[in-house]
Write a protein that binds this ligand. Structure first.
Ligand SMILES: Cc1cc2nc3c(=O)[nH]c(=O)nc-3n(C[C@H](O)[C@H](O)[C@H](O)COP(=O)(O)O)c2cc1C
Length: 319
C-alpha cells in the first residue's frame, strides 16, 4: 500500500492541492503535481461517472489523488470505482463515515485520508483506520465543519496520533506553510489559492472575485445548500464569498428552509450558470484575502517555496 508519510516527505514543496468539486479537475491536479506538490481531483455530490473519467483523463498520467464525499456515495457508489481507475496515490474520504469504502481503496493500493473538523471527528477517523488526517479548520473554503479554527485543532490533533497530519483552512502563503510545518504537520492542504489559479475549473469571474476579496469577506453558511436543495448533512456548512444572497439568508437559515421554493432553487442554479455572483455561491476561505493576483498553479507553489526562509528565520529562537 502507498506509504503516505513517504510520499509527503518526498514532495519538493509540502503542499497538497485540496480536492475541490467545480475547481480541482484533472488539469489543476496535474499542474500541482508537476509544480512540486501533489494534486487531488475533487468529485462533488452531483458528479457523474463520465465526468470523473473525463477529469481523470486530463490528469495526463501525472501522479494525483482524488477526493470523494462519503455522505453522497451511497446515492452513486460507482463514483468510487471510477475514481480508482486513475490509480490515485491518495483518496480523500471526507464528510461522512469512511468505513464502508476503506477496504476497496486500500485494495487498490491508495492511502486514505479524511478531513476532520473537531477532535471527536479526528478520533473517529483514526479508529476507522485512515492512513492520515487533514485537520480542516473553520476558516477553510468550501464545505466542512465551522466550529473549530485551524490552529487550535492542529495542536490538539498532533498530540493524538503518529499518522501524518495535514492542515487545511487558511494556509495561503509561505508564512502559513512554515507555521504549520514547524508545529509538526506533514504538509498543507490548500484549496482557495488553487481555486483562483489559471488551471482551475472556476469561471474567470469567480477567480477575479477571489482575487478581489479580503480576509473578512467570506461567510460560513448552509444557505446556499438549502436554496439549491442539496442534501448536505446539517453539520457541514460551506464557506463562500459573502454576497447579496448570503447577506439576506446566512443568519436566517431556518426561515430559508421554510421559504425555499422551486423558483428560488432554479434562480440560484441559473445564477451559477450565468456567473451572477450576487446570488451564486463562490466557495472560498479566508485565505482569499491572501490571493492578490492571478497566478498559475506553478506560481502558487513557487510562492509557497519560500517557506524555508521563514523556518530559517525562526531558528534564531534556537540560539
Ligand atoms: C471551491 C472549493 C471547493 C471544494 N470542494 C471540496 C470537495 O469537493 N471535496 C472536499 O473534500 N473538500 C472540498 N473543499 C474543501 C477543501 O478540501 C479544503 O478543506 C479547503 O479548501 C481548505 O481551506 P482553504 O480553502 O483555506 O485552503 C472545497 C474548497 C473550495 C474552496
Amino acid at each position: 500500500m502507498t506509504d503516505l508519510a513517504g510520499i509527503l516527505a518526498d514532495l519538493r514543496i509540502p503542499v497538497v492541492g485540496a480536492p475541490m468539486a467545480g475547481a480541482a479537475g484533472g488539469r489543476l491536479a496535474a499542474a500541482i503535481t508537476a509544480g512540486g506538490g501533489l494534486g487531488l481531483i475533487g468529485v462533488g455530490n452531483v458528479a457523474t461517472v463520465d465526468q470523473v473519467r473525463e477529469q481523470c483523463g486530463l490528469a495526463d498520467g501525472q501522479r494525483v489523488g482524488i477526493g470523494l464525499m462519503c455522505w453522497s456515495l451511497p446515492q452513486n457508489p460507482a463514483l468510487l470505482d471510477a475514481a480508482l481507475e486513475v490509480r490515485p496515490v491518495v483518496v480523500s474520504l471526507s464528510f461522512g463515515d469512511p468505513r464502508p469504502y476503506l477496504p476497496k481503496v486500500h485494495d487498490a493500493g491508495a492511502a486514505v485520508i479524511a478531513q476532520v473538523g473537531t477532535r471527536a471527528e479526528a478520533l473517529d477517523a483514526l479508529d476507522a483506520g485512515v492512513d492520515g488526517l487533514v485537520v480542516r479548520g473553520a476558516e477553510g473554503g468550501g464545505h466542512g465543519r465551522g466550529v473549530v479554527s485551524t490552529l487550535p485543532l492542529l495542536q490538539q490533533v498532533l498530540d493524538l496520533t503518529d499518522r501524518p497530519v495535514l492542515v487545511g483552512g487558511g494556509v495561503g502563503t509561505a508564512r502559513g506553510l512554515a507555521a504549520v510545518l514547524a508545529a509538526g504537520a506533514a504538509a498543507a492542504w490548500v484549496g482557495t489559492p488553487f481555486a483562483a489559479s489559471a488551471e482551475s475549473l472556476f469561471r474567470p469571474e469567480l477567480k477575479e472575485a477571489v482575487v478581489a476579496a479580503d480576509t473578512d469577506q467570506t461567510v460560513y453558511t448552509r444557505a446556499f445548500d438549502i436554496a439549491q436543495r442539496f442534501d448536505w448533512p446539517e453539520i457541514y456548512g460551506g464557506r463562500a464569498l459573502a454576497n447579496d444572497f448570503s447577506d439576506q439568508w446566512a443568519e436566517r437559515t431556518d426561515a430559508l428552509e421554510a421559504a425555499v421554493t422551486d423558483e428560488l432553487t432554479a434562480q440560484i442554479k441559473q445564477a451559477r450558470v450565468d456567473a451572477d455572483l450576487s446570488l451564486a455561491p463562490v466557495y472560498a476561505g479566508e485565505s482569499a484575502g491572501l490571493v492578490d493576483r492571478p497566478r498559475t498553479a506553478a506560481e502558487v507553489l513557487d510562492d509557497f517555496a519560500s517557506f524555508r526562509d521563514h523556518l530559517r528565520a525562526a531558528q534564531r529562537w534556537l540560539d
